[in-house]
Structure formats: C-alpha cells, structure tokens
Write a protein that binds this ligand. Structure first.
Ligand code: EPU
Length: 346
C-alpha cells in the first residue's frame, strides 16, 4: 500500500490541475482497503479512478483513495456468452483491448475512453451507441458503512445517461470489481455517427458488401475504426490536459426543440423514446462561436467544442470555470438551454 501525505495530484487528473490532497492512499488488494479505518483518515474521503472526469478546483483537504486492484479473469467461457471479472483499478481500455484480442463482442465501441474500470461502472461511460451498462452483469462493491461486500446486479445500479445510483450515494460504495458479459456472437453496433463510414473508408468492408462480407468483421476491426475516429476528434490526454466531454448533451421537450429549429434551421438531434429531444452540446457551443475561445490557459478545443483543454499546461481551475460559465451563459442566452457539466467538480 502506498500512503503519502501532502501529495501532488497532477499525475492523477487528466486536466493536470496542480492541486494537493492531505493524504493519498493507493491499495493493491481489497483486503488492504478493508484494513483501513475510514473514520481515522483526514476527512473528507474521496475515491478516484484515473481522474479523467474530474476538475479539481482547489487543494483537497482530505484523503484520496485509489485502487490498484488490477486482475482480469474469465469466469465462464460459455458457447456464446463469456463472463469476465475485472478489478476496479484496471485501465478500461486495457480491458477493451483484451476482449477484442479474444474476439469477444460488446466492449469494442468503448475503445480508447480514458479511465479505469471502477469509475467506468460508476459513471456509465458511453460512446458510439454503447454504454458500459450494456455489458455489465454486476458490480462488486464494499459498503463503507460496515465494510461488507455487496454485489449489485446491473438492474440494481440505477443506470441512466452518464448516471448511476453510485453517484447519488456519494462515497457509500467503493467498486472493487465489475462482472462483464461479452459474447462471441457476431453483434457489431455500427449505426452511430461515422462508425460504418470509417470501416468503409478503411476498406474493411464496402457499402455495397453483402451481409456475409460484413460478417467477416471482427471486434478488433471495429476497435481500430473507433480509435481512428476518436484520435481525429478528441485530444490525446498524453499531449494536452482535458477531461473529455465537459458538458452533457442536453435533453429538451419537443416544443423547445421545435422553437429552436424554427429559428436556427437544421439542428442536429436525436429523438428519444419518450419523445424528448437530445441536442449535441457541441453544436450549441459551436453555434455560439466558442471554438478556440480561451480564458487564461484554458481553451475550447477546436476540433470538438464539447471539450475544454488545458492548452497552456498551466491553466488554473479558475480559468476553466470562467470559460465554463461564459459558455453556459451564452448558450442559455441564445437557446434558453442550461448546459450541465459532465465533468465532476471537486
Ligand atoms: N458538432 C458540432 N461541431 C463540432 C463537433 C460536433 O456542431 O465541432 C456536433 C455535430 O452535429 C455532431 C454532434 O456535435 O454530430 C455530436 O458529436 P459526436 O457524436 O462526435 O459526440 P458528442 O455527442 O459531442 C458524445 C459523448 C462522448 C462520446 C461521443 C461518441 C457526451 C457528453 N459525450 O459526444 O463522450 O465519445 O458522443 O459517442 O455524451 C466523454 O464522455 O468524455 C466523451 C468524450
């Protein structure tokens, strides 16, 4: 177990905010975690993953916990279905890479999303028409009230768009591992913006191809296409600090969408099952002219205005917050829609 006081968290948040916590603890087994006496640690106590969805706005006065529980095990190798249990500290994309290497379907559209497995299950990460809940069978947690092991079936996790019951009971449950259900059965999901086109462009399949040709597709080929799309649009956390999408895509009643469309013309949108309409926040922000806009060292990413980057490498949280508030106020003023951050502010 690593235990460091007055610890610099720059390497633990992809926005690269230079903040410190009073105590940092990294554990490598569930037993090590259970041996901690939470009440005796500097308060408050928070648990982080890779810090890829966090904006630290100031030094953290308490304890930051981080899991290094990093096993990947096959539990059940069925004919079609395969169950895998994965430690919360495993890098999510390493898990995705492994499933694709094994020829298993289900995780490939989630390729290259930064972060770790535990946080992925809390956040219900998603991309290209798939959310992680679609491949989760269960989530294994420790209940911090009495350190008992608690297993939630996927249906008990209260999953919604970038949401789960774990986010609403902050700090109560620590995810220790996740049970994933993958399949050998051919089941690519190619209908979300650009995936099919990227595969066609890569020559993996042609648009005129018969279903049998498409059936030669592998999870690895889809993973490669998704990686290509993400590299074009999203900043590489290794090059420039960011926390991915900064805002959630807003969902508005049909009437609100209709009145915006009447004024603005062609508005990209997705109609949801209940008739409400999801509008890409990237489009709203782009339309307000924010691409490349900056405050101090923080900047709206040119290629995907949903992302705020630490362009200078020296951006202060105050710069990011100023830019965030300018975007919210401008979008509110023009469209009457209040954007909500997706990134968690600490
Ligand atoms: N758009 C613009 N201008 C731009 C870029 C995009 O107007 O410069 C509009 C376009 O209409 C485009 C639309 O925004 O069709 C949506 O863009 P895209 O599908 O690329 O992604 P998104 O809706 O902005 C969501 C997730 C991403 C995920 C992608 C792909 C959220 C908050 N974000 O973004 O997740 O990778 O879809 O599925 O739901 C993340 O959560 O950190 C993240 C990156």
């Amino acid at each position: 177990m690593t235990r460091i006081e007055n610890y610099d968290l720059s390497a633990h948040n992809t926005f690269r905010m230079k903040v410190k916590c009073a105590l940092y603890i990294e554990y490598s087994s569930v037993a090590e975690l259970q041996a901690l006496s939470i009440a005796d640690l500097p308060q408050p106590v928070m648990h982080i993953g890779a810090g890829s969805n966090l904006l630290f706005t100031k030094d953290f006065p308490g304890t930051v916990l981080h899991s290094k529980v990093d096993f990947v095990k096959f539990v059940d190798m069925g004919l079609d279905e395969v169950l895998m249990t994965v430690g919360a500290g495993v890098v999510f994309d390493d898990f995705v890479a492994r499933t694709c290497k094994e020829g298993l379907w289900g995780a490939e559209n989630l390729s290259l999303i930064p972060g770790e497995v535990g946080a992925a299950a809390v956040q219900n990460i998603g991309a290209y028409g798939v959310e992680v809940k679609d491949i989760i069978a269960g989530v294994v947690c420790l209940d911090t009230r009495d350190w008992t092991k608690t297993v939630f079936k996927m249906q008990e996790c209260g999953y919604g768009y970038r949401d789960s019951m774990f986010k609403h009971q902050k700090g109560r449950y620590i995810v220790t591992s996740v049970l994933f259900r993958l399949t050998r059965k051919y089941s690519p999901k190619l209908d979300y913006g650009g995936v099919r086109k990227a595969l066609e462009a890569a020559g993996t399949a042609s648009s005129a191809a018969s279903d049998t040709v498409w059936q030669s597709l592998t999870p690895q080929a889809v993973r490669d296409a998704i990686i290509g799309i993400r590299r074009q649009k999203l900043p590489d956390p290794a090059d420039v600090g960011s926390a991915g999408s900064f805002f959630k895509n807003p969902v508005v009643p049909r009437e609100v969408f209709d009145s915006i469309a009447a004024k603005e013309g062609d508005v990209p949108h997705y109609v949801l099952e209940d008739g409400s309409v999801k509008i890409p926040a990237a489009w709203l922000i782009d339309r307000c002219g924010f691409k490349g806009a900056s405050e101090g060292g923080a900047q709206v990413y040119e290629k995907q205005p949903l992302v705020i980057v630490n362009a200078s490498g020296e951006a202060a949280a105050a710069d990011v917050l100023k830019l965030e508030n300018r975007i919210i106020a401008t979008v509110q003023g023009r469209f009457g829609i209040t954007l909500n951050p997706e990134v968690e502010h600490v």
